[in-house]
Design a protein around this ligand. Structure first.
Ligand code: XMP
Length: 508
């Protein structure tokens, strides 16, 4: 029997996506569903009920069709909110929390117990808690299978198939969380495997079916997502117009490099040089949000002007986290993406079934792996993310040609330097930003008054949080010396050592 993806039911926890991701990392195919979509999960091998920010005691709290769930006849794991919900369904109760427990706790198990969840786990390990309500009265048939150091139950077994855990196994702070998840998932029969090469074949099929002979328009930027998308459409032999808008806010030689890349792949792209338009529209504008809005609107207008009435189907490189974020939360990430993937014009097309988003089931690292399978060069697949509004967000204050030139030249030296020193792949993202402040220096025996420049390199898993990259001093020294020697208009280089939060990755 062909199993459908392992269903993770989303009760809204910030960690829910991570559960899906962890299961895929274990090699099994998993997807997220809303509680109301339980009957659309098909025949998953196991079901996980996620955590969530609400209280099961609140009126209108998210619920699940328990009869349906039981009828599925597969193992079920309730995590945090999911466990509290199960406890109520099995006839126990939940007590309101008067304070939130957030942080590490201990998972103490009885190693002689044969509970399948804990096979191979240590007698005691660290777990991560994030909850306020707690399970209270347990029914006679409920078995406590683990406790914290105070003897409070942190894991329960309701029957052969139903389990609950109060903690979050998906976060790395739960030191044996992944083996526990693996134990649970492998209770399922005929698990659906997730491997990117077979997934590619599925995607090619999905694209052909959705396109159904229509003419596709695809916006490419040279970034990983849109390049992988264009390569996938190419592989699926779909009739596609690839459009590249040069905003004039791109990196050194970027437009030419993107063209060369697609040429080498046998993919034709149409480049629209709109740099003048963007620079004119940005003239005198200094407010970061206004700059973003101007760029976002202009981009969409220019793109659709070029496309004309030709757009039967618009292809976008929207990824899984984008879909989930824009659907379930008002997170920063969703607003960040708004102007390209979710503007009104695109939403209108979407409501007409005219948007194709074949990467919408994938995480960034999976998209990179797909790019590899599709034969894209490493330099594209491993490229650092680049923001839609381009260098404008790395140029606080007014965006001018003079300032962009400085940023481009310094950025190239920085990125080339990271490649030379073997550091490029060690960081999530790196770039140069211009600080719109002139300071005094000395160049060629003369006093100069020029801009300061910030180098930023961060490590991150998903861009939601970031650490500044601890690049070796000699690498920074070498790059700084080159910038000061070679870039006119800069006499000072600083290294940004801010974490996110509170700083963001970009300067604006
Ligand atoms: P921040 O600066 O919010 O950035 O920490 C997080 C990640 O998102 C990228 N970014 C953007 N991407 N349009 C995009 O497509 C945007 O307006 C935008 N702003 C930031 C940023 O480069 C980082 O990877």
């Amino acid at each position: 029997m062909d199993r459908d993806p392992i269903a993770v039911i989303d009760f809204g926890s910030q960690y829910t996506q991570l559960i899906v991701r962890r299961i895929r990392e274990l090699g099994y195919y998993s997807r997220l569903f809303q509680p109301s979509e339980l009957d659309q999960t098909g025949n998953p091998a196991v079901v996980i009920l996620s955590g969530g920010p609400r209280s099961t005691l609140e009126e209108g709290a998210p619920d699940i069709d328990f009869d349906y769930l039981c009828g599925m006849g597969v193992p079920v794991l309730g995590v945090c909110y999911g466990m509290q919900l199960l406890n109520q369904k099995f006839g126990g109760t939940v007590a309101p929390g008067n304070k939130r427990e957030f942080g590490p706790a201990a998972l103490n198990i009885d190693p002689s117990d044969s509970c399948p969840l804990f096979q191979g786990l240590s007698a005691s390990s660290q777990i991560w808690m994030s909850h306020s309500d707690t399970v209270e009265n347990l029914t006679d048939t409920t078995k406590v299978i683990a406790r914290n150091d105070d003897g409070v139950p942190v894991a329960l077994q309701y029957d052969e198939q139903f389990f609950g855990i109060q903690f979050h196994p998906e976060v790395t702070h739960s030191t044996e969380g992944i083996p526990l998840l693996k134990n649970f998932v492998e209770l399922g029969q005929d698990l659906p495997h997730f491997a990117i090469d077979s997934f590619k074949d599925y995607l090619v099929g999905r694209v052909r079916e959705e396109v159904a002979g229509r003419k596709v328009v695809c916006g490419v930027s040279g970034g990983v997502d849109s390049s992988v998308l264009a390569a996938l459409l190419h592989e699926a032999k779909v009739d596609t117009r690839n459009i590249f808008v040069d905003t004039g806010l791109l990196r050194q030689n970027e437009a030419a490099e993107v063209k060369a890349l697609f040429d080498s792949f046998g993919i034709e792209i149409e480049t629209i040089d709109a740099s003048e338009k963007f620079l004119t529209a940005l003239k005198g504008k200094t407010d970061p949000e206004e700059k973003r809005r101007i760029i976002g609107r202009l981009f969409v207008d220019i793109f659709f002007d070029a496309v004309g009435d030709d757009v039967e189907l618009l292809a976008q490189g929207t990824l899984y986290p984008d879909v989930i974020e824009s659907a379930t939360s008002g997170s920063i990430a969703s607003t960040i993406k708004t102007h390209h993937n979710r503007v009104d014009r695109i939403m209108e097309l979407k409501s007409e079934g005219r948007v194709l988003e074949p990467l919408d089931e994938l995480f960034k690292d999976e998209v990179r792996a797909l790019g590899n399978v599709l034969g894209l060069p490493d330099k594209v697949v491993n490229r650092h993310p680049f923001p839609g509004p381009g260098l404008a967000v790395r140029c606080p204050g007014e965006v001018t040609e003079e300032r962009l030139k400085i940023i481009r030249e310094a950025d190239k030296i920085f990125i080339d330097g990271l490649h030379e020193h073997g550091q490029y792949d060690n960081v999530w993202q790196a770039y140069a930003a211009l600080i719109p402040v002139k300071t005094v220096g000395v160049k060629g025996d003369e006093r100069c008054y020029e801009f300061a420049l910030s180098l930023r390199a961060v490590t991150s898993e998903d861009a939601m949080t970031a650490e500044w990259a601890q690049l070796p001093y000699e690498v920074l020294g070498d790059i700084s010396a080159k910038i000061l020697n070679e870039v006119d208009g800069v006499n000072r280089v600083l290294y940004d050592i801010s974490t996110k939060p509170p700083a963001s990755i970009e300067w604006e």
